[in-house]
Design a protein around this ligand. Structure first.
Ligand SMILES: [Zn+2]
Length: 343
C-alpha cells in the first residue's frame, strides 16, 4: 500500500510503498478515505513531542473496515469507522467508568506509538475503531467526517464537562484556532451567547460565521475589561481556554462571574495564579478537559448524522501534497481544519 512514512523527526514525508497491514487477534484493518491534519500530529512530525520512527502519523480518520482478526466481535467488514486516539487498556477503573482518557495503563497514541492513518490502510486494536452512525454522509465528505472525532468531539465534551447551558455566556480563548472555532460553533449550538477571544483579527470573520456573537481582539484591548463590559459587569459563565498560557488562564479566571467555570485544554502546562477569595465568594470551578471518551465521540457523530452540526474543513489535499498541507498547519494558516484525501 501507499503510505506517508516519517523516517525521523523534522524530516519531510516519504510517500512510499509498504506492506499491507494484516489484522492479528483482537485487531482490525480499515481502508482509509480521509485523515485530518491537526496541530497535534504536526507536533509529532516537527519533533516537538518524542515519537518512535519510522512512523505513519494521523488519527482523524474516516475509514471502512476491510478485515477483522480472531476474536473481534464489535466490528464487521463494511463498517464505517473513525479511530479513538488514545491507546487505553479497556479494563482499569478509569476505562470501566467511561473515563478512558484517564486510563491507569495509558499506552500512548494512534500515529505515535503505533502507525496511524496517513496510509491507504490502518490496523488498530478493536477498541480503537469507533463505528459511525447510519445516515451520516461520509461518502460525500470523508474529510469532514474524519476530523470531527477531534474538531467537534473535543468541544462537545467541554460543553458537558463545564455544564454549559442555554442562555449562558461563554468566552472562547484561542477562538480562531482549529479547535477554538469549533468550540464557538458548539457553544452556539448549545444555545449559549459566545464571545470569541483571539489575537489574530484576520480570524474574526470566521469566528462570527461559526456563531460568535461578539469578538475581543486580545492584541488590542484589555481582555478582562472587555469581557466584563460585554456582560454588564457580571462576568462570563464559562471561559474555555484553548491557549492555556499563564496569561490567558489568569484573564479567563478574572473574567468569570458567579458560578463561573474555567476550562483548560492543553497549553504549556504552566502554573497560574487564582484568587482563593474569588474562588470562594463566586463559587468558581476550575476544570481540565482531556480529550474525549468513545461515548462522547459517538454522541458527536449522532449530532452530525442528524444534521445539527458539521465541522469546517478549509484545506483538503491529496497524499502527494501532505508536506505543503503540514506547512499550512505549522504556520496556523488554515482557518478551519485541514485533511488529506487518501482514497
Ligand atoms: Zn484503562
Amino acid at each position: 500500500m501507499k503510505a506517508l512514512v516519517l523516517h525521523a523527526p523534522n524530516t519531510p514525508f516519504d510517500l512510499t510503498e509498504v506492506p499491507d497491514p494484516v489484522a492479528g487477534p483482537g485487531e482490525a484493518v480499515a481502508k482509509v478515505y480521509a485523515c485530518g491534519a491537526g496541530l497535534t500530529i504536526q507536533h509529532f512530525k516537527a519533533g516537538r513531542v518524542p515519537a518512535v520512527f519510522p512512523r505513519v502519523i494521523g488519527h482523524e480518520i474516516c475509514a471502512e473496515i476491510v478485515e477483522v482478526g480472531a476474536g473481534v466481535r464489535s466490528l464487521e467488514v463494511g463498517d464505517i469507522v473513525t479511530s479513538y486516539f488514545y491507546l487505553n487498556c479497556g479494563h482499569c477503573r478509569m476505562c470501566a467508568g467511561d473515563f478512558q482518557p484517564l486510563c491507569d495503563n495509558f499506552g500512548g497514541y494512534v500515529g505515535r506509538e503505533i502507525d496511524g492513518g496517513y496510509a491507504e490502510y490502518i490496523r488498530l486494536p478493536e477498541r480503537n475503531f469507533i463505528r459511525l452512525p447510519e445516515g451520516l454522509d461520509w461518502q460525500g465528505q470523508p474529510a469532514h467526517v474524519g476530523v470531527a472525532m477531534d474538531a467537534l468531539a473535543t468541544p462537545y465534551k467541554v460543553l458537558r464537562h463545564a455544564r454549559i447551558r442555554e442562555g449562558e455566556t461563554v468566552a472562547v480563548f484561542g477562538a480562531g484556532g482549529g479547535l477554538g472555532i469549533h468550540q464557538v460553533m458548539m457553544a452556539r449550538w448549545a444555545g449559549a451567547r459566545v464571545i470569541a477571544v483571539d489575537t489574530k483579527a484576520s480570524k474574526f470573520e470566521a469566528c462570527r460565521d461559526a456563531g460568535a456573537d461578539e469578538v475581543v481582539d486580545a492584541s488590542a484591548v484589555e481582555v478582562v475589561e472587555a469581557l466584563l463590559e460585554l456582560t454588564g459587569g457580571a462576568g462570563v459563565d464559562a471561559a474555555v481556554d484553548y491557549v492555556s498560557a499563564k496569561s490567558t488562564l489568569e484573564a479567563g479566571a478574572r473574567a468569570l462571574g458567579k458560578r463561573g467555570r474555567l476550562v483548560t485544554l492543553g497549553g504549556a502546562g504552566e502554573a497560574f495564579s487564582l484568587s482563593a477569595r474569588e474562588l470562594l465568594y463566586k463559587e468558581l470551578a476550575v476544570l481540565g478537559s482531556r480529550y474525549v471518551t468513545p461515548t462522547e465521540i459517538r454522541e458527536t457523530y449522532d449530532l452530525m448524522a442528524r444534521g445539527e452540526v458539521w465541522p469546517i474543513v478549509t484545506e483538503i489535499r491529496p497524499m502527494e501534497e501532505a508536506e505543503q498541507l503540514h506547512e499550512l498547519v505549522e504556520n496556523g494558516e488554515a482557518t478551519g481544519r485541514a485533511a488529506l484525501r487518501i482514497a
